[in-house]
Design a protein around this ligand. Structure first.
Ligand SMILES: Cc1cc2nc3c(=O)[nH]c(=O)nc-3n(C[C@H](O)[C@H](O)[C@H](O)COP(=O)(O)OP(=O)(O)OC[C@H]3O[C@@H](n4cnc5c(N)ncnc54)[C@H](O)[C@@H]3O)c2cc1C
Length: 486
């Protein structure tokens, strides 16, 4: 075994190059932070790791400049599932993911010292590299060697079952998608399975590994299809269906993200990868500010404070849905059931970097029920800015942004913007114009002379409902706390 010491100036080392590790690298790169990603496989996995991506995930990718390169499907399509004898046989009953909710959607390693040291073995040559970085992200999946090395335990419902899956093509099955249903719970005497499509000609058949189904995979697929259609098997996989949340999402200079931090049972909207990509977006702007010595390392403590409760909320909400009733067995009957949009776009986050997320606020609500409360995602409104139509979310993709109609706030913000905290001030009604039916005051819950401070991840960090006696000092105090200036 060879031992090489590699010297470089990477600020962040990422272990795991799947959905969450690569997202973290992307989000950090566009904020000017150098990363090294270590992945144990040569190529992409032949079996896709996710099919349902939420609007919030797409907002993160839109902010990173790659949103338009990712194919979009109408949100309703991925939610519709039916119980069936087979794909081509009798379809019995369409099942809801969130009962009582209408399907209408608005159009609208060492924690000590000055850094981390990792020893990485190159699988082909056996060479061992010693890499140093200021910080490390463990995005190395549910079995996370990084989490295990740190001795971080997990809690939750635990292992529910292990599924086998068959990825296949079947052009003859495509016409059965015409009615807009893409997910099928198939129940036959002696055989239960779940059939779904990735929408690009690839289908996946999943079933509990304990079912005695034999070795003929093509025959099994045809049994689920209900007809002798031509089938090409592309890949097979085995998945653990489990709910486990790490006791800590960070330790010293090491951060857990994605399945390493939270293993969530699959859902119709997809909490697994989407929650992990949210972790990466939350961590990236904070790490970039700390690496660039603009913010105190205390800002990094807010990662666990903000993201771990979200993972727990999604764990509980998954088990509270009828799909998981057989495992929850009524233990969650007092859990408030939040709708799909509340879970995707309307969660509340709390930490020392968010001022005014009052204790009486719910953990989540439909985005239309929020009005600019700190800790919630900035509301999406189509606005006019310099002759272009933009989403308000397009304003908050880089640094902190202050929105105000009153010139005093804008002058106060422009007087204190600087290298430590670049602050973009946008005057409502002058530089950005809201539509009459979605005014700034109404959507952000402030008076006409109020102000709203939005973080680089589009979360509302602070707001002033009215003009302060000393706007410059009030704003300076708020920024000092929410950015945790170094
Ligand atoms: C069948 C199925 C369907 C799913 N559908 C959805 C969906 O529609 N929407 C959704 O949101 N979620 C979905 N999920 C969940 C989603 O796949 C996971 O949440 C997501 O893959 C987690 O991403 P990750 O990057 O954290 O971990 P992983 O995807 O598990 O990646 C971890 C990576 O780390 C690498 N690694 C591990 N150890 C090391 C090491 N020592 N050194 C270097 N590299 C290492 C691995 O090779 C791997 O590439 C689905 C899961 C399954 C099984």
């Amino acid at each position: 075994m060879q031992n090489h010491s590699l010297s470089h100036d990477s600020a962040v080392l990422i272990i795991g190059g799947s959905l969450v590790g690569l997202s973290a690298a992307l989000f950090l790169a566009r904020r000017g932070v150098a990363t090294i990603v270590i992945e144990k496989h040569h190529d992409s996995a032949p079996h896709p790791r996710a099919m349902g991506f939420t609007e919030r995930t797409m907002e993160h990718y839109r902010a990173a400049g790659i949103g338009e390169r990712i194919a979009q499907v109408p949100p309703q399509a991925r939610l519709r599932r039916v119980r069936a004898d087979s794909l081509t046989g009798a379809w019995r009953q369409e099942t809801e993911w969130t009962p009582g909710e209408t399907q209408e959607r608005r159009a609208s390693a060492s924690p000590c010292g000055e850094g981390v040291t990792a020893q990485v073995r190159v699988r082909d040559s056996g060479a061992v590299l010693t890499l140093r970085a200021a910080y490390l992200i463990g995005a190395d999946g549910a079995g996370s060697p990084v989490r295990t090395a740190l001795g971080i335990e997990r809690q939750g419902i635990g292992h529910l079952r292990t599924l086998r899956s068959i990825l296949f093509r079947c052009p003859g099955a495509e016409p059965y998608l015409a009615r807009g249903i893409t997910q099928f719970d198939i129940e036959q005497p002696g055989f239960k399975c779940f059939l779904t499509t990735y929408g690009d000609g690839r289908w996946a058949l999943m079933f509990d590994q304990t079912q005695p189904v034999g070795d003929d995979l093509v025959e099994l697929v045809r049994r689920a299809l209900g007809q002798d259609l031509a089938v090409e098997v592309l890949a097979t996989g085995r998945w653990e269906l489990a709910g486990r949340i790490a006791d800590r999402f960070s330790q010293g200079r090491v951060f857990l993200a994605g399945d390493a931090a939270h293993q969530l049972p699959p859902t119709r909207g997809g909490f697994g990868a989407n929650t992990g990509i949210d972790d990466a977006a939350n961590l990236a702007w904070k790490l970039s500010r700390v690496v660039q010595r603009r913010s105190s390392p205390l800002l990094l403590d807010t990662y666990d404070a903000e993201c771990r409760p979200i993972a727990w909320l999604r764990h509980q909400q998954t088990l509270a849905r009828p799909d998981y009733a057989q495992w929850a067995k009524g233990t969650l009957e007092h859990e408030a059931l939040f709708g799909n949009e509340a879970m995707e776009l309307g969660q509340l986050q709390r930490s020392a970097a968010i001022l005014g997320a009052g204790p009486a606020l719910p953990a989540a609500a439909h985005p239309d029920q929020w009005a600019g409360q700190p800790g919630t995602r900035m509301p999406h409104v189509w606005i006019e800015a310099g002759g272009r139509t933009l989403s308000t979310l397009d304003l908050a993709t880089d640094g902190f942004v202050l929105l105000a109609q009153d010139r005093s706030w804008i002058d106060a913000a422009r007087a204190q913007t600087g290298p430590a905290c670049p602050l973009r001030a946008l005057q409502v009604g002058v530089e950005i114009v809201f539509p009459a039916d979605a005014s700034f005051e109404h959507r952000f819950g402030v008076a006409a002379d109020g102000a709203v401070l939005v973080r680089p991840d589009a979360l509302i960090a602070w707001r002033a409902s009215r003009l302060a006696a000393d706007p410059a000092r009030t704003l300076a105090d708020a920024i000092k706390q929410v950015a945790m200036l170094a």
